[in-house]
Design a protein around this ligand. Structure first.
Ligand SMILES: Nc1ncnc2c1ncn2[C@@H]1O[C@H](COP(=O)(O)OP(=O)(O)O)[C@@H](O)[C@H]1O
Ligand SMILES: [Mg+2]
Length: 351
C-alpha cells in the first residue's frame, strides 16, 4: 500500500514537486484519513460500522499547495470519493433543492444529503467560502446530515473556520456550523512561506503579442502548467445575475477578450471576477480605438479591477500595451491602463 507521504516524495523525486516542509507536515493528517478509509468495512448483524475518521479542514494563504495536496489525497483513495469546487457544489445542491421542492418535497435537504451519502464516502471541497446567507443556511443543515451519515469531509480554504462568513448578514445563525466543522474536522494550517503558483509563473512570459499561434501555444503551456488536465465552470453571482466562465480551475480562469469585454458587463462584474480568481488568462485582445470604444472602456475597467486585487494576468494581444490604443479620443486615458499592463507583467506581481 502506498502512503500519501510516499506519493508526495515520489513526485518530489520525479521533479514534479519541490520539497516543502510545511506541506510535508500536513501529510500525516491526510494519511490518517486515507488509511482509515482503506480499512474494509465489515458489516454484520452484531457489528456496527466503524466510526468514520475525522475530516480535515486545511487552510492557508494562496499558492501554498492546498489544492495540490487535496488532489494528491483524492488520487490516493480507493473508496468512492468526489472532489468538487465548493462553489460549484453549492450551485448543484441549490438546483437539486429547487427541483425537489417543485415535486412537492417539503424538506429537500434530507433527500439531497441522502443522495450524496449513498454515493460517496468522502467529499473533498476545494476553496470553501461562504458569501451569502442562503449558502450559509443550506450548508449547515446539509453538513450535519452528511456527517451523521458517516461521510468524511476534507476541505481547503483561505480562512480559518472562525473567519468563515465573517461580517456576514445574520452571522449568529451560522455559528453552530462553525462549531460543527471544528468538532468533525481536524483544523490545520498549511503554513508554507512559499507561494508555489507565483514560483511557477515567475520568469515565464505572461504577455504575448501578437496574438498568433505562437502566443496560443505559449498560453496553452501555461494553462496546463497551472491546471493539470482539469477544468470546471466558475459561476459568478452579481446582483442576481449569473456570469459563467466555462474554463476555470483552482483559482485560474481562462477567457477571451470578447467573452469578457464584448458583452454588457460592468464594474461590479469585474470586481467580482477579480475577487474570485488569482490568475486570469485573457486571450485575443484586439487593437482598441474609437471603433470599439465600448469594448475598450470595459477593458480599462477590467484591468483596473484586476490591478487593485493584484490578480495575475496572462494575456495575448494584437500589440504591446503601449501600442494597443494609439489613436483618437480615449488614447490618452489608456496610458494608465498600458502602464498597469506593463507593471502586471513583473515577475513578482501578485505576491
Ligand atoms: N511543492 C510544490 N512544488 C511545485 N509546485 C507546487 C508545489 N505545491 C504546489 N505547487 C503548484 O503551485 C500552484 C499553486 O498550488 P495550489 O495547490 O493551487 O495552491 P493553493 O490551493 O494553496 O492556492 C499549483 O500549480 C500547484 O500545482
Ligand atoms: Mg487552491
Amino acid at each position: 500500500m502506498t502512503t500519501l507521504t510516499e506519493l508526495y516524495e515520489a513526485r518530489v523525486a520525479e521533479g514534479r514537486l519541490k520539497p516543502d516542509e510545511a506541506q510535508r507536515a500536513v501529510l500525516p493528517a491526510l494519511e490518517r484519513i486515507r488509511a482509515a478509509l482503506a480499512e474494509p468495512v465489515k458489516r454484520g448483524f452484531f457489528r456496527r460500522a466503524p466510526e468514520p475518521p475525522k475530516g480535515l479542514y486545511l487552510w492557508g494563504g494562496v499558492g501554498r499547495g492546498k489544492s495540490m495536496l487535496m488532489d494528491l489525497f483524492v488520487e490516493s483513495l480507493t473508496v468512492p470519493a468526489r472532489r468538487v469546487h465548493f462553489h460549484a457544489f453549492m450551485q448543484e445542491v441549490q438546483t437539486r433543492i429547487h427541483e425537489l421542492r417543485k415535486e412537492g418535497v417539503e424538506d429537500p435537504i434530507k433527500p439531497v444529503a441522502k443522495e450524496i451519502s449513498d454515493s460517496v464516502r468522502l467529499l473533498a471541497y476545494d476553496e470553501m467560502q461562504i458569501t451569502d446567507i442562503t449558502d450559509a443556511m443550506i450548508v449547515g443543515r446539509l453538513f450535519e446530515r452528511l456527517f451523521d451519515a458517516g461521510v468524511v469531509v476534507v476541505t481547503t480554504s483561505n480562512r480559518v473556520p472562525d473567519d468563515l462568513y465573517k461580517d456576514g448578514l445574520n452571522r449568529q445563525l451560522f455559528l453552530p456550523f462553525i462549531a460543527l466543522l471544528k468538532e468533525r474536522m481536524e483544523v490545520r494550517e498549511l503554513a508554507s512561506d512559499k507561494d508555489h503558483r507565483q514560483d511557477r509563473l515567475s520568469g515565464a512570459q505572461v504577455y504575448f503579442a501578437p496574438a498568433d499561434s505562437a502566443a496560443r501555444a505559449g498560453i496553452d503551456a501555461l494553462w496546463s502548467e497551472l491546471t493539470p488536465g482539469q477544468e470546471e465552470t466558475l459561476t459568478l453571482h452579481v446582483k442576481g445575475r449569473e456570469i459563467e466562465l466555462p474554463r476555470y480551475y483552482n483559482g485560474v480562469a481562462r477567457a477571451s477578450f470578447f467573452t469578457l469585454c464584448g458583452k454588457a458587463l460592468g464594474p461590479a462584474d469585474y470586481l467580482k471576477l477579480a475577487e474570485s480568481v488569482r490568475v486570469l488568462i485573457l486571450e485575443d485582445i484586439p487593437r482598441l480605438s474609437r471603433q470599439n470604444f465600448n469594448e475598450a472602456r470595459r477593458f480599462v475597467t477590467l484591468i483596473d479591477a484586476l490591478y487593485e486585487a493584484r490578480v495575475r494576468l496572462i494575456a495575448s494581444a494584437a500589440a504591446e500595451p503601449e501600442y494597443l490604443y494609439v489613436e483618437g479620443s480615449g488614447s490618452f486615458e489608456f496610458e494608465r491602463t498600458a502602464s498597469r499592463l506593463r507593471e502586471m507583467q513583473a515577475a513578482d506581481w501578485g505576491t
